[in-house]
Write a protein that binds this ligand. Structure first.
Ligand code: KG4
Ligand code: ZN
Length: 333
């Protein structure tokens, strides 16, 4: 079964073609980052307009590259939330129009559920039950997936998303946007020798809070600059990153234990972080648990994961209505 997936919830316009929920036939991603960079973040109206400019060409190209004809597509899936309303409407309207024109079913996909499915694309042998940590610029969610389509939200962030914290710390350190990859690289040259927050106020829960550690970095940098002292940028990046990875690992491995699962997956942009991957992988091996992470290109927003998720959702729950509205604050259930 061939599923065309569309993702337009933030600042990537992406279209992909996936076979049987596991095999990528094409996976196109057009990032708008340069258009938003001068504003220091994503401008929703601009994002929607950019999606509209390129979506038709991307759909055509996603079919042309693998040499697939429209009549060979069996299913169309698009992200319907959570995300920015203008962008969601562009992808959703396109998917509904294609469903009508090609006379194939349409499935609406939850973006966060989509991120989990990046792992199913990358690892053909992966099956639930599993615990998945989704960490991106917009989300930090710890999820127990009992089977396809069945989720229990164990914990989430009380304030900033993990990626948001990376981006803000990068900004105060004078690095580029988005900040995650810059901090990742810089941390490799620094020492994680600075204690940024003394205690973990949410210890024992499955929830996260990143605003304290972010503020600690901001305050320290301002303090040093005021005194005219050098800012140890690499050590700060390394210390910040280590503390974030430590908190994530604490929640994740307790959840793995409580749910008695043998499979752990991570997804979302921050799952591309090299220290997170190496730490999680070593800790999982030590505990005899299988650890899965998508390759970096499938960690960040893409439509392959939306097509994969759409396929499994269709098998389980059938098609969505063409009246399905965009849902900017959609929750996972
Ligand atoms: O999944 P994604 O593309 O978009 C959302 O759905 O939010 O995630 C983007 C986020 C950004 O905050 C970016 O800084 C972060 O993922 N990110 C990283 C790395 N690569 C991307 N964070 C830490 N380390 C990385 N290597
Ligand atoms: Zn995302």
């Amino acid at each position: 079964m061939l599923c065309l997936g569309i993702e337009t919830s933030c600042d990537e316009t992406a279209v992909a073609l996936v076979e049987d929920g596991r095999k990528i036939r094409s996976n196109l991603i057009l990032s708008q980052i340069e258009r938003h960079q001068k504003f220091g973040g994503v401008v929703p109206e601009l994002a929607a307009r950019c999606h509209l400019e390129v979506i038709s060409q991307l759909v055509a190209e996603a079919l042309r590259q693998p040499g697939v004809l429209p009549r060979e597509v069996d299913l169309v899936a698009a992200t319907y939330g959570p995300g920015l309303i203008g962008g969601l409407l562009v992808g959703l309207s396109m998917a509904k129009a294609l469903s009508l024109a090609w006379q194939v079913p349409f499935v609406g996909v939850n973006h966060v559920e989509g991120h989990i499915y990046a792992n199913f694309l990358a690892h053909p042998e992966l099956e639930p039950p599993l615990v998945c940590l989704t960490v991106s610029g917009g989300h930090t969610q710890l999820i127990y997936m009992a089977e396809h389509g069945t989720y229990e939200l164990l914990g989430q962030t009380r304030d900033d998303a993990a990626g948001e914290a990376f981006d803000k710390v990068a900004r105060v350190l004078g690095l580029g946007y988005p900040g995650g990859p810059f901090i990742d690289r810089l941390a490799q040259t620094g020492q994680p020798n600075l204690t940024l927050v003394q205690h973990d106020a949410l210890a024992g829960t499955y929830d996260f809070s990143f605003s304290g550690i972010k503020t600690a970095v901001v305050n320290l940098v301002h303090h040093l600059r005021q005194k005219g002292e050098a800012v140890p940028v690499a050590d700060l990046a390394a210390s910040f990153q280590r503390q974030v990875v430590t908190v994530l690992a604490d929640r994740v491995f307790r959840a793995v234990e409580a749910k008695k699962v043998k499979t752990l997956a991570v997804s979302g942009g921050v799952a591309a972080n090299s220290q997170l991957r190496s730490f999680f992988s070593a800790e999982a091996a030590r505990r005899g648990i299988q650890f899965f992470a998508p390759p970096p290109v499938l960690c960040t927003d893409n439509a392959g994961m939306i097509a994969a998720c759409g396929y499994f959702r269709y098998l389980k729950k059938g098609a969505s209505s063409l009246a399905l509205p965009a849902a900017p604050r959609l929750r996972l259930d």
